[in-house]
Design a protein around this ligand. Sequence first.
Ligand SMILES: Cc1cc2nc3c(=O)[nH]c(=O)nc-3n(C[C@H](O)[C@H](O)[C@H](O)COP(=O)(O)OP(=O)(O)OC[C@H]3O[C@@H](n4cnc5c(N)ncnc54)[C@H](O)[C@@H]3O)c2cc1C
Length: 308
Amino acid sequence: MKTVPGFSGKVTEDVLLAEHTTMGVGGPAPLLLEPSGAEDVKRVLRALNEIIVIGAGSNVLIGDAGVNAPVLKMVNGLKKESNTSSGSLKVGAGHRLPALVGAATEAGLSGLEWAVGVPGTVGGALVVNAGAFGSEIWEFVKTAEITLMNGETVTVAPDVVSWSYRAADFGVEKPYVITEVELGLLSGDRETIRGLIREYADRRKKTQPVGAASAGSFFKNPPDGEPAGKLVDDAGLKGVRCGGAVVSDVHANFIVNDGGARADEVYTLAEYVRRAVAERFAVELEYEVELIGPFNYLGDEAVESGRV
Ligand SMILES: Cc1cc2nc3c(=O)[nH]c(=O)nc-3n(C[C@H](O)[C@H](O)[C@H](O)COP(=O)(O)OP(=O)(O)OC[C@H]3O[C@@H](n4cnc5c(N)ncnc54)[C@H](O)[C@@H]3O)c2cc1C
């Protein structure tokens, strides 16, 4: 395997990506690189022709066959933070959103309370325009530092980024790596901020399978009509299972790994759900989770009905 000159982060050969995703599925990768800072990222991009970037792995489904390219994991070593008196909070892209909410609260800065139950990194959040309870991350971004494949770094601001529901287009070619993000927040009273955080956390606990191995909402809500979870529920699919993968009984838009699920089982269940919803309601559900394949459909006979 080609080495990266000067790289000072952690290097692991022959890793199982299941250990690096919240769903707990995903096959092997030849190399996992965990940069210790932005300089390391530049070194990696200059040295390698091909990489796969992940953050906390909380919005991806990686196939059982794994990947051939080295994986750059943007979590550890990219957590530095600083805040200014003008309400801006600058953080390394590897900061996880719940920790970011904690840092903002400590600094008396409000705006990100909605993100407390989102287990991804801030870098990953920018890529997918993560959001909840009526807010989205790009509403709060002032600038993002992005390193391109040639090692060059560009600073982008929201006015050049086209962002919409769970999507953001930076106008740069993939793969790119976000290394640092500056957020603009408002001064707020710490007790009020904590109250909002508690409220959002409670709402999640009541409506989502908190603590289960998942990738969050599996499908995007269609632009018109009912949300994805309601369509899946109304199609009678709660509790439907393929091996270790099951449609959550708590929230039908969550597919949960309840023990040793393979990626193909998750994929088969997801495709089965999509087809059932299309047949019943003529709605094509779009994946919110990013699929890094290939995947195999194991057949309808691999799917067992749950409560229906
Ligand atoms: C229990 C649970 C609840 C969730 N709730 C929500 C929710 O309410 N709202 C919501 O929007 N999402 C939610 N999610 C999904 C997920 O947490 C978010 O989408 C999160 O922002 C993804 O960040 P990540 O670091 O895990 O990205 P990953 O899943 O690792 O990667 C996602 C994409 O971002 C890219 N990427 C990651 N980091 C970088 C980087 N530094 N530079 C360039 N590209 C990068 C990857 O290449 C990939 O394309 C939930 C997930 C779980 C498990």
